[in-house]
Design a protein around this ligand. Structure first.
Ligand SMILES: C[S@@+](CC[C@H](N)C(=O)[O-])C[C@H]1O[C@@H](n2cnc3c(N)ncnc32)[C@H](O)[C@@H]1O
Length: 268
């Protein structure tokens, strides 16, 4: 039987053995706790010559790359803007063309609001080999933290990941008909748009009394779980103490384990 370390070694060797030019590994870092990384993501980090990471990826995950690996932060930092997508595309292409194993590390899953589509297109156009390594997306970690299901037999037959960007009325794309059939909505990037998200949900036919669970820092030690209803969404944006990322889950399935969610709370 394979030991954990053998499993990790085998996964890392997979990229080391590939001859010829460099490649890009588009890696999901999960919600932010190192122990929620996949084994393959850890192996990719250990094989990395260069790690290109976003601001949402905590330092203790980036630190899993070997000391010799170059780290490049392309996220927003005090006093400077994040790199543009075009700059990131050019960076990963040029690093791979120089023969390096490039880990492009993204929070959660690269394919969920992670702009991996643009990077895949750029790598394909440039003829650079790449691989996508999935990660646990924020909504999945949040549901686990709160002890709620995303789908529930007979109650919530679907789950929809949606971004609150565009909830301001500039774009209603993707929101129409969302409330039908009792499915669960996993709303990303909605922390500062609570009132707009509420209005958008009501416009799609969702009741103000529909249960909602918002999780700050899902999947991390310092997570906080806030249980309420669609009507309460504006109050999330009014809270000045929520400084971590927040994902909002809305739908009848959130009612199932509401008391348990509250008992999971780690802070007021
Ligand atoms: C640009 S999106 C990236 C999503 C990421 N690719 C994923 O699959 O989770 C950033 C948003 O994801 C959500 N998010 C990411 N990590 C989170 C976490 N640990 N806890 C709560 N929300 C998180 C927040 O809504 C945040 O504004």
């Amino acid at each position: 039987m394979l030991s954990f370390l053998e499993l990790l070694d085998r996964a890392t060797a997979r990229w080391r053995k590939v001859p010829g030019p460099g490649r890009v590994l588009l890696v999901g870092a999960g919600p932010g706790s190192p122990d929620l990384l996949t084994v393959r993501a850890v192996a990719a980090l250990q094989a990395a010559d260069v790690v290109v990471h976003d601001q949402l990826v905590p330092g203790d995950i980036v630190a899993l790359a070997p000391a010799r690996a170059r780290r490049i932060d392309v996220g927003k930092r005090k006093g400077r803007h994040s790199a543009t997508q075009a700059e990131i595309n050019a960076l990963i292409v040029s690093q791979a063309r120089a023969g390096r194993i490039v880990v492009r590390l993204k929070a959660g899953d690269p394919g969920v609001f992670g702009r991996v589509g643009e990077e895949i297109a750029a790598l394909t156009d440039a003829g650079v080999a790449f691989e996508v390594i999935p990660g646990i997306t924020a909504a999945v970690a949040a549901a686990a933290d709160a002890g709620v299901p995303l789908t529930l037999r007979g109650v919530a037959p679907t789950v929809t990941f949606i971004s609150a960007h565009g909830a301001d009325g500039s774009s209603a794309r993707g929101w129409s008909g969302l409330a039908s059939e009792g499915g669960t909505l996993a709303i990303y990037m909605g922390k500062s748009a609570g009132a707009l998200v509420r209005d958008r949900l009501v416009a799609t036919g969702m009741d103000l009394a529909t249960p909602v669970i918002a999780v700050e820092n899902a999947g991390r030690e310092q997570r906080r779980i806030i249980a309420g209803h669609v009507a309460d969404l504006p109050s999330i944006s009014e809270r000045s103490d929520l400084d971590g990322p927040v994902v909002i889950l809305a739908g009848p399935a959130m009612a199932v384990a509401e008391p348990r969610a509250l008992s999971h709370q780690t802070a007021a």
